[in-house]
Design a protein around this ligand. Structure first.
Ligand SMILES: Nc1ncnc2c1ncn2[C@@H]1O[C@H](COP(=O)(O)OP(=O)(O)OP(=O)(O)O)[C@@H](O)[C@H]1O
Ligand SMILES: [Mg+2]
Length: 377
């Protein structure tokens, strides 16, 4: 929407984990080094954890681009709170195996055959599991079992587990002892510091042809860091809205006040600094087990499934509230865009009132359609 105004070739602060925008902060570089070390070792587990929105999926996508495909067949799954058997099916699917209708032992056999066949062609398998915090202990155990497939002393399959900080707690459980012994490296991805936040923002802007417009003052970037606490997704949410606000106010300079205004606006709309609602909502009283672990996978009784159902409902309610808040935001933004468009078509003399439109205008309490937009709020 604002790209043309700033002469950018695209949107700089999208929320999708696009590796084309990858910025190697100290933390991201180090995490990448751990993954590459793991790749080099060719066996064992690597665990990467990081706060919500810290850049884990972006990291994984960046890694997958760099995997040498002649020696490694990489596959990725995103764990969505599936049971242990379903997890194996997901793994098989990610390696493009057709395992429909197979029972668990045939499924395991099929996977093993595949990994051995790959080994014969000089390749090994790499399984990357994103959102690993959703894995139930039994699903983690299945992954460990996969690492038992060996040819001589070499593992046929290696796993990288990437997840939010809760995954660390899961790994501390006594039943995770065996898996823990196979972890060859683990790393926690922290937030960006102030200098990195500045470099990150400029890096993303440069990627879409930025030549200094918009012009972020140094203290505005310090404020971006303070508000978003150095978390890339929160930086993106904030900066995207800041650019929109600057466009609507027809200004090219971005100062600290503008950042503060937009941050306050986001906090109003979404209930937290830089869109707290965009962060994962863990309902109070949610069970310790990942919400929604499916039947047969855990020793859940009636009480814990009731707790799980209640937690799911709470999660759905929270999602609904977020959707409502974001529709309201979209509505507000569209209203403002409409005002700017009306003002500019008016300035060009194109603003001919359609029949009945005049009446609607007169009823417009804040004068939409004529007043130039001066400020965000
Ligand atoms: N190193 C980076 N370089 C460029 N963009 C990044 C980087 N890290 C994160 N981002 C951006 O931040 C946003 C969130 O990143 P991502 O989805 O990878 O986070 P995540 O840690 O996987 O989040 P979640 O915990 O919700 O799974 C995305 O828009 C992504 O492009
Ligand atoms: Mg992710």
């Amino acid at each position: 929407m604002y790209e043309a105004f700033f002469r950018l070739t695209g949107k700089p602060f999208q929320l999708n984990p696009d590796p084309d925008f990858f910025y190697g902060s100290r933390g991201h570089r180090r995490a990448m080094a751990y993954l590459e070390y793991g790749l080099h070792q060719g066996e064992g587990f690597i665990v990467i954890t990081g706060e919500v929105g810290a850049g884990k999926t972006t990291l994984v996508r960046n890694l997958l681009r760099r995997v040498p495909s002649d020696s490694v067949q990489a596959a990725q799954i995103v764990s969505t709170q599936v049971g242990a058997d379903d997890l194996l099916r997901l793994v098989a699917g990610s390696f493009q195996l057709d395992v429909a209708g197979l029972d668990k032992s045939s499924l395991l056999q099929r996977l093993e055959e595949h990994f051995r066949a790959m080994h014969r062609t000089g390749r090994r398998a790499l399984l990357v599991v994103d959102e690993a915090q959703n894995l139930s202990p039994r699903a983690v155990e299945e992954l460990r079992m996969l690492s038992n497939f060996q040819e001589g002393t070499r593992s046929l399959v290696q796993s990288f587990l990437v997840g939010q900080p809760e995954f660390r707690a899961i790994l501390q459980r006594p039943e995770m002892r065996q898996l823990k012994q196979r972890i060859i490296a683990s790393y926690h991805l922290g937030p960006l510091d102030s200098a990195e936040t500045r470099a990150y923002v400029e890096h993303r802007l440069r990627h879409v042809g930025w030549r200094g417009d918009p012009d972020f003052s140094p203290d505005s970037l310090a404020q971006v860091h303070a508000v978003a606490e150095g978390v890339p997704r929160r930086i993106n949410t904030l900066c995207d809205r800041v650019l929109l606000a600057a466009f609507l106010a027809e200004r090219h300079d971005i100062d600290r006040d503008l950042i503060e205004d937009v941050a306050a606006e986001l906090a109003d709309e979404l209930g937290g600094p830089t869109g707290g609602a965009l962060l994962a909502v863990v309902p109070a009283g949610a069970p310790d087990e990942p919400v929604g672990s499916t039947g047969g996978d855990t020793e859940t009784g009636a009480a814990s499934s009731a707790a799980s159902a209640a937690a799911r409902i709470a999660l759905l309610e929270a999602r609904l509230a977020r959707l409502e808040a974001s529709s309201a935001t979209t509505y507000n933004v569209l209203q403002r865009v409409l005002r700017v468009l009306r003002a500019s078509t008016g300035a060009l003399g194109l603003n001919r009132a359609a029949p009945g439109e005049g009446r609607a205008r007169r009823g417009d309490p804040d004068g939409a359609g004529s007043a130039p937009v001066r400020a965000v709020r």
